[in-house]
Design a protein around this ligand. Structure first.
Ligand code: EPU
Length: 339
């Protein structure tokens, strides 16, 4: 039985804590409920928006359509051999709860992605990643409902066309599918990845010489907690912009003019630290009205309590423009903007 609420505040459904209203709102607990709402004649001509953890969206105004909130739950081991285990998680599971489940069971691969806000389903959508590991490294396959045919389809790792914070679901298949489950390939004999400098330092501080996946998870939690604001306390959606990818010649131009530029080599050029670019433009820790750039991580925009989505959007545009003016580099948002 579908339960539809009218004129519902979305304040508790987006990690920026923005108080915008949805004309209609429903939370789905099964694929049957999802199909029922998509088939409902009353909503056939009404715009629909899917919402998971709400950790990657900036809502700048009321939404006049129907919000479909993902509440699909469940985690199960579907296959196991001597080396690997395949674990299927429903897309509405909280990502960090899934990570904790893996650590408790000794399943390795996701520990570096501890404490990333959001739901399991958002993971492949934008190929989440942190501290040297990305979703694509542990992803086996997913199931998604085709919104046109209402049939479930499977996507392999290659089908998802993962890139840096990119997938087929943000590009050519945008708005065509609803991810229902994600199947992960995890290691039963984990070797930890501590290549990221900050993890090594944190493990030293914790006096850990031979880290377990639990140790790595604890280290990542400590690092994130020390510099990324907790959305439950201060509204934010993690990195607001992506780190821009530039060519070798563009990097050389920048390095010449700004010898301290922070950049990492990639397969075909460099990735620039957007946090550094933003800090150099004087934004770090700056408060503008009810929002600002965070004092410990310039790439994170925060809501000090009463900001509107429009205010945060204006701040983002001003930051984007100043980075362009100073460095001739374009930074693009990582969050989805509803404007
Ligand atoms: N930096 C500054 N000033 C700042 C912030 C960063 O100079 O205010 C420079 C520093 O040199 C620092 C470097 O930028 O060493 C990199 O910063 P950090 O390690 O915090 O990582 P990031 O590149 O800013 C990315 C992801 C994060 C992820 C971390 C760790 C993106 C857009 N962000 O941030 O992901 O947690 O690496 O792997 O790729 C997210 O996507 O929402 C997110 C938080």
């Amino acid at each position: 039985m579908l339960h539809i609420e009218q004129n519902k505040s979305l304040k508790n459904y987006n990690t920026f804590g923005l108080d915008v209203n949805a004309a209609h709102f429903t939370s789905i607990h099964s694929i049957g409920e999802l199909i029922a709402v998509l088939k409902d004649d009353y909503f056939s001509d009404i715009q629909k928006m899917f919402l998971g953890g709400g950790s990657n969206v900036l809502l700048t105004k009321d939404f006049h359509g129907l919000i479909i909130h993902n509440n699909l739950k469940g985690i199960e081991v579907v296959e196991r051999d001597s080396d690997f285990v395949f674990v299927k998680a429903a897309s509405g599971e909280v990502w960090h709860d899934f990570v904790l489940y893996c650590i408790e069971n000794g399943f390795g691969g996701v520990e570096n992605m501890s404490l990333i806000p959001g739901s399991v389903g958002a993971g492949p959508m934008q190929n989440i990643g942190a501290y040297g590991v990305e979703m694509k490294d542990v992803f086996h396959e997913l199931e998604a409902l085709n919104l046109a045919t209402l049939e479930i389809e499977k996507f392999s790792n290659a089908d998802c066309k993962f890139g840096y914070r990119e997938s087929v679901f943000k590009n050519e298949k945008k708005n065509q599918y609803f991810i229902t489950t994600v199947n992960f390939r995890l290691s039963l004999h984990p070797t930890v990845n501590t290549t990221y400098g900050a993890i090594q330092q944190q493990l030293q501080t914790m006096n850990v010489e031979h880290p377990s996946i639990k140790n790595v998870s604890d280290a990542v939690i400590a690092i994130r907690s020390s510099k990324l604001p907790n959305p439950a306390v201060l509204g934010n959606s993690g990195s607001f912009f992506k780190n821009p990818e530039i060519s070798v010649s563009e990097y050389e131009r920048l390095k010449n003019e700004f010898p301290n530029v922070v950049a990492y080599p990639t397969n075909n050029g460099y990735k620039l630290a957007a946090g550094w670019l933003i800090e150099q433009c004087g934004w770090k820790g700056k408060v503008v009205g009810n929002c600002g750039s965070h004092k410990d991580q310039a790439l994170v925009l925060v809501n000090y309590g009463n900001a509107s989505g429009g205010e945060i959007y204006q701040l983002a545009l001003a930051i984007q423009q100043s980075v362009l003016d100073k460095f001739m580099v374009e930074i693009t948002p990582e969050v989805n903007i509803y404007a």
